[in-house]
Each structure stands twice: as structure tokens, then as C-alpha cells.
Write a protein that binds this ligand. Structure first.
Ligand SMILES: NC(=O)c1ccc[n+]([C@@H]2O[C@H](COP(=O)([O-])OP(=O)(O)OC[C@H]3O[C@@H](n4cnc5c(N)ncnc54)[C@H](OP(=O)(O)O)[C@@H]3O)[C@@H](O)[C@H]2O)c1
Length: 234
């Protein structure tokens, strides 16, 4: 793998709204795009969306993740708990699922792990948006915090992105990515998050860092001034 290339990535949560944006972006920039889903029926749709290979497994009860992470340069995790599943209680894929995935990735020698977390996760001071997230999905936020810790402790290069409210708007590339504690609030499109997630493994300044990210409103004075670079095409 060259410094600006990704030969193989695994997208966890590939059927989800952010995951599909990652597939769309990656299909012309990454040689082999693997998608992970719990649903065998999702395979044809994932291939149409840009996946070269589909792996079926459940991160909360995995049968065998070793093949999915074998020879992978970067794992991009956009998994999340559906609001309807919140009532069923932990374990949540946001926590236990991501912890299982980073452990498998580290064991397999994967170079890089990127997690889509959320504003308000972690102990740093955060904006009132974090208070709102905590009020509605507090147990999920707590689960995400355990995954963030496991990722930082794992022997793997990582980037953790904590977006504000996700939208299905178009990609703008006009984002603020700021250090935890920057107290950002606002929205960001899943397409903009996907670009940051795909860029993180080949962006030197993103290594082993966590960012709050929003695109509306922008906070230029709080931006970490990262030159987010997409992987070179095939
Ligand atoms: N909504 C917001 O405003 C907001 C704000 C900040 C952060 N976030 C976070 O951003 C992330 C992405 O959100 P999104 O709305 O784009 O995603 P989404 O559409 O809800 O998709 C979630 C994905 O998680 C996968 N998944 C769930 N349980 C799984 C399990 N046990 N094993 C493997 N995969 C599993 C699902 O895949 P299958 O069903 O195919 O298995 C699905 O593709 C989430 O972590 C969310 O909490 C959301």
C-alpha cells in the first residue's frame, strides 16, 4: 500500500445511510471495497451501491470476522443502533460491536480504524447539542464512549469522528473538524462524514485523533486545520 492508497477497506454498517455514502465514494478510489451486513438479502443492493465483496455477520454475535478483516488496510465503522432497538437495551453495536470489530482488526494487523461516533461522547466539555443527544440516546452515547476507549487502547492507527446531527444533504467539503471540547453544534451531511472517514486513513494529521465535526454552521476559528486527502484512485 502506498502512502496515499488503500487497496482494501471494510465498511461496517455498509447498508446504513452513512455506509452507502462511503461505498459511493470508495468505489473509484479503493481497489477492493468490502461491506459488512447482518442481512444476506442485502448483498445484491450493496454490490450495486459499490461493494466488491459482501460479508454477512452480526457484530453483537459474530460467527467469524477473521475473513472480513483479512488483508484489509482500513476498517471504517458506521454502525449504529436503530432508534427502535434502543428499548431492547444493551449490548449496543455502537459499543460492544465496535469493540469486537477493533479487536478483530488489530489481531489481523489492519493498519487503520475509523469510527463514526457522535458529539457529546466522551468526557470533554461539549455544546448543548450533546445534552440533547444524551437526553434522547444516553445509553447509546455511553456505549460509544466504551468503543472510543477500546479503539484508543488498541494497537491500531485510528481516527474517531464525532458528528453533529446527520442529514442526507449533498457533500459540501465545507466542514469544521475540531478538537474534542471545541463545543461544536449543528448539522453535517452523511456524505461529508463519509469523505472524512475515507480520507482519515491516508491523512497524516488525522492519525490517532478524535474530532467533533459539523458543516452548518461553520466554526473557522475552532477548526483543527487538517488537509483531508482522499485516497488516490485505482
Ligand atoms: N442520526 C444522527 O443525527 C447522528 C448524529 C451523530 C452520530 N450518529 C451516528 O452515526 C452513525 C451512522 O448513522 P447512520 O444513520 O448513517 O446509520 P444507519 O442508517 O442507522 O445504519 C446503521 C448500520 O449499522 C448496522 N448494524 C446495526 N447493528 C449491527 C450489528 N449488530 N452488526 C453489524 N452491523 C450492524 C446496520 O447494518 P445491517 O442492518 O445491514 O446489519 C446499518 O447498516 C451511527 O453510529 C449513529 O449513532 C448519528
Amino acid at each position: 500500500m502506498g502512502s496515499n492508497t488503500l487497496e482494501t477497506i471494510l465498511v461496517a454498517g455498509a447498508t446504513g445511510a452513512t455506509g452507502r455514502e462511503i461505498l459511493r465514494l470508495a468505489q473509484t478510489r479503493v481497489d477492493t471495497v468490502r461491506a459488512l451486513t447482518r442481512s444476506p438479502d442485502a448483498a445484491p443492493g450493496l454490490q450495486t451501491a459499490g461493494a466488491d465483496e459482501v460479508f454477512v455477520d452480526d457484530l453483537l454475535a459474530p460467527e467469524d470476522l477473521s475473513a472480513a478483516v483479512a488483508d484489509v488496510d482500513a476498517v471504517l465503522s458506521a454502525v449504529g443502533t436503530a432508534p427502535t432497538a434502543l428499548r431492547s437495551g444493551p449490548p449496543f453495536v455502537d459499543g460492544a460491536g465496535n469493540r469486537t470489530l477493533v479487536s478483530a482488526a488489530a489481531d489481523a494487523g489492519v493498519d487503520s480504524f475509523v469510527m463514526e461516533s457522535a458529539i457529546g461522547v466522551g468526557s470533554e466539555p461539549a455544546s448543548p447539542l450533546a445534552t440533547a443527544f444524551n437526553a434522547f440516546i444516553g445509553p447509546i452515547q455511553e456505549a460509544k464512549a466504551t468503543a472510543e476507549s477500546a479503539i484508543r487502547d488498541a494497537r491500531i492507527r485510528h481516527t474517531i469522528l464525532r458528528p453533529g446531527i446527520l442529514t442526507n444533504g449533498s457533500r459540501t467539503d465545507l466542514v469544521t473538524a475540531a478538537e474534542p471540547g471545541a463545543k461544536l453544534w449543528g448539522t453535517i451531511s452523511r456524505a461529508d462524514v463519509a469523505r472524512l472517514m475515507l480520507s482519515a486513513p491516508v491523512t497524516p494529521a488525522a492519525a490517532d485523533r478524535t474530532f467533533e465535526v459539523v458543516s452548518m454552521p461553520r466554526f473557522p476559528s475552532r477548526d483543527a486545520d487538517i488537509d483531508w486527502t482522499m485516497p488516490d484512485g485505482q
